[in-house]
Design a protein around this ligand. Structure first.
Ligand code: SF4
Length: 477
């Protein structure tokens, strides 16, 4: 099996000390469905018996109420997976479950491990067999490694071997653990529900199941919950140079009703929209969002500029997933079906369209064309992040550098390509302006300044060696 290291932006949930944990995990995964639609899985334990269910598709496709009721237990973990067409197979759906000499372990991962290739090769050369093509599986091998097995802090030591971006939830038959990498790329929050604890990628999942948000798992922290309570320890020191929270989580990925890295996603996006209006003012009749991720920024743009906000696009929430469609034409038609222009709103108007990002440019072009067909007089595109010029190596599924329109075209060439009358991107300073400690954010896909040494990824010594691995289906916009 050739490893393809899918670049995922997944969602994870962990529950300890609450009856019918499977039902809660299911509700939490449902709230995190926007982070992954390819597959979902839940593993539970009643302290003795471990049960696992997983499958391809949406959370509600994978779990029936009968299945969930059959998964008895007061602890468990769950995962929703976003990946690519080539990696769309059941073995890759998490949580990964294995039986080690000391019993069953299950893990669920959000992020991307940049030394997974080197670790995998090392274990394969020593005779280990891998069951999946995910980077996450290397943690299983580290946990099972005899070198680590008898050490008291084996989980911490295994985590300390990993490089890259990760938020993990792990479980054995009688405890649940949660950990974040030392730079804090990926979000992971802790909540309290009754006498039990809940971990989730975003706080919207805690709200969904009625848990009270306590705090985030800190970068480099390992939190263990068992029958004796919650225990914290550190497997890595956060660097003195600052953290690297993924700023794109705030721009696009997370749900607006989540608190992320301590700040409201909605408020951050509003501020980005306000700053965008200051940086790229325009005379127009209305502001409209590209829903849903452009909504909060469009509201901010409207408030700052005084231009009224209206609904120029209407989203159809019942269109299937575009990424599994086999050809580009089908995907494009599906993208068109997802967003309809409200003609009566835009006809004869000068329209400001606020979107969160432009990746390849094809979707932006279709949006502009649809607005023109509906009779918009002028179209002014405003993007609430800087031009996306560099690939992400830390778990967000962008196109290759060649496919990123901003990496090989000037601003005006992008404007011409999309067909807009004007185009304005937020500056990097503007992007970081909502955050009290700007250096604590990764901006590598905009600036090219990677917080980790990616030139030695996979231990092969060259960024180019990863290019085929990155040539995966991008977010279609
Ligand atoms: S490169 Fe971009 S998408 Fe990737 S972690 Fe950094 S900010 Fe996030």
């Amino acid at each position: 099996m050739s490893p393809d290291y899918p670049r995922e932006a997944c969602g994870i949930v962990g529950v300890f000390g609450i009856p019918d944990a499977a039902l809660l995990i299911h509700a939490g995964l449902f709230a995190l469905q926007h982070r992954g639609q390819e597959g979902a899985g839940i593993v539970t334990s009643d302290g003795n018996q471990v049960k696992s269910t997983k499958g391809l598709g949406l959370v509600n496709d994978v779990f029936s109420m009968k299945t969930l009721r059959g998964m008895k237990g007061h602890l468990g973990i769950g995962h929703v997976r976003y990946s690519t067409t080539g990696s769309s197979r059941l073995q890759n759906v998490q949580p990964l479950v294995v039986e080690c000499s000391d019993g069953i372990w299950a893990i669920a991962h959000n992020g991307n491990l940049i030394n997974a290739g080197a670790l995998r090769l090392m274990y394969q050369e020593a005779g280990a067999i891998f069951q999946t093509s995910t980077d996450s599986e290397v943690l299983i091998h580290l946990l099972a490694d005899p070198m680590y097995r008898n050490r008291p802090r084996r989980v911490a030591r295994a985590l300390a071997e990993l490089k890259g971006a990760f938020a993990f939830v792990l479980m054995t038959k009688d405890c649940v653990m949660a950990a974040r990498d030392a730079l804090g790329f990926k979000p992971l929050s802790i909540g309290k529900l009754g006498d039990g604890y809940v971990f989730a990628s975003e706080t919207c999942a805690l709200s969904q199941i009625g848990a009270e948000y306590l705090r985030d798992v800190e970068p480099g922290e390992l939190v263990v919950v068992d029958s004796s309570g919650l225990h914290s320890s550190w497997f890595a020191e956060p660097p003195s140079t600052g953290l690297s929270h993924c700023v794109f989580e705030h721009v696009y990925f997370a749900r607006p009703d989540s608190l992320l890295f301590g700040q409201s996603v909605h408020s951050v996006r509003m501020k980005l929209g306000m700053r965008l209006a200051q940086e790229h003012p325009v005379e127009a009749d209305l502001v409209t969002a590209v829903p849903d991720s452009g909504n909060s920024a469009a509201l901010g743009f409207s408030r700052q500029s005084g231009i009224p906000l209206d609904f120029g696009f209407m989203r159809n929430h019942y269109v299937g997933r575009t990424f599994i469609m086999p050809d580009a034409d089908q995907r494009a038609r599906s993208v068109d079906m997802k967003l309809a222009v409200v003609k009566e709103v835009v006809k004869g108007k000068r329209v400001v369209v606020v979107d969160d990002s432009i990746i390849r440019g094809t979707t932006a072009r279709r949006r502009v064309s649809a607005l023109r067909e509906a009779g918009a007089r002028e179209i002014h595109m405003r993007i609430s992040c800087p031009p996306t010029m560099h690939p992400c190596f830390f778990g967000i599924d962008f196109a290759t550098r060649a496919e990123l329109i901003a990496s090989n075209r000037s601003l005006d060439e992008i404007r011409v390509y999309t067909g807009a009358d004007t185009l304005g991107y937020l500056s990097i300073d503007g992007l970081l302006s909502p955050f009290p400690k700007a250096p604590d954010y990764c901006t590598a896909c905009f600036s090219g300044r990677y917080p980790l040494d990616i030139s030695r990824m996979e231990g092969k010594g060259a960024l180019e060696t990863l290019t085929p691995l990155l040539n995966l289906q991008a977010k279609n916009h």
